[in-house]
Design a protein around this ligand. Structure first.
Ligand code: ADP
Ligand code: MG
Length: 247
């Protein structure tokens, strides 16, 4: 059984009498430990998918299963529990608390999620040491470099030991110099046993670490295959078109 399954899920936005499709009739299975890279042009539905998977957004059609359980009928409390237990999000813009220290940013999340007081310090220490941020634990988040901010956001997301980590363009707000350090950290997580879904335009990274590469176009999944197949001799016109725009 897949960890997460979507069956013919559609997401529509209604605004001022106009209906926009986020994505339509999407079916997808995510297995435990899988590393999936999602790419595709702006507006093709990538963020919408991550938001629906993570329960940050609703969907209008279809079914979403976690461990075989249908989530459609979840109460708000069950949905919160689902988010807490299974999901962690990493966004383009870090979403850290600027006036808090590195340490406090991680500790707060553990506290909010009900980790016992005496367990917080060892958990924060372990997490920060893993990514080399322990030495600067007393620095305010606002004083970090972009790369350090995103590494902290990733550590914070990991601290609750989620089953699924969802990254929405985690390096696109960074200076080119800092992209590598963040991608390397995400790479290191590939063997963690967590399911990783990374929306990115970094195709070198996709080729190196992904189990699957998905291409979105106009709210549809145009391709979903192993990287070898995606990058070498792919005959799908949408993939060819997409690859032809890469430098
Ligand atoms: P991507 O992340 O691939 O750039 P999105 O998932 O953000 O694409 O958007 C997919 C489609 O949904 C686009 O047509 C976009 O305009 C529309 N959309 C996204 N968010 C909203 C919103 N909050 N209200 C209305 N339309 C939206
Ligand atoms: Mg997006």
């Amino acid at each position: 059984m897949s960890l997460l399954s979507l069956r013919n899920v559609s997401k529509f936005y209604y605004s001022k009498g106009i209906v926009t499709s986020g994505f339509s009739r999407l079916s997808l299975d995510l297995d435990r430990g899988e590393f999936v890279v999602i790419t595709g042009e702006s507006g093709s539905g990538k963020s919408t998918l991550l938001n629906v998977i993570s329960g940050l957004d609703t969907y209008e059609e279809g079914e979403l299963y976690i461990n075989g359980e249908e989530t459609n009928a979840f109460t708000p409390k069950e949905l919160e529990e689902y988010r807490k237990t299974y999901i962690a999000n990493v966004f383009q813009s870090f979403n850290l608390i600027a006036s808090y220290t590195v340490y406090q940013n991680v500790a707060l999340i553990l506290q909010i999620n009900g980790v016992k007081y005496r367990d917080i310090r060892p958990k924060v220490e372990q997490a920060l040491r893993k990514v080399g941020l322990w030495e600067i634990r007393h620095q305010k988040a606002s004083r970090l470099s972009g790369g350090q901010k995103q590494r902290l956001a990733i550590v914070r997301a990991m601290a609750m030991e989620p089953d699924v980590m969802l990254f929405d363009e985690p390096t696109s707000a960074l200076d080119p110099m800092m992209v590598g350090e963040v991608l390397n950290l995400i790479k290191d997580l590939a063997d963690s046993g967590m399911t990783m879904v990374v929306v990115t335009h970094e195709m070198g990274f996709a080729r190196e670490v992904a189990d699957r590469v998905m291409l979105f176009h106009n709210g549809l999944v145009e391709e979903d295959c192993p990287p070898d197949q995606f990058f070498e001799d792919n005959q799908n016109p949408q993939v060819k078109e997409f690859l032809s725009h890469l430098i």
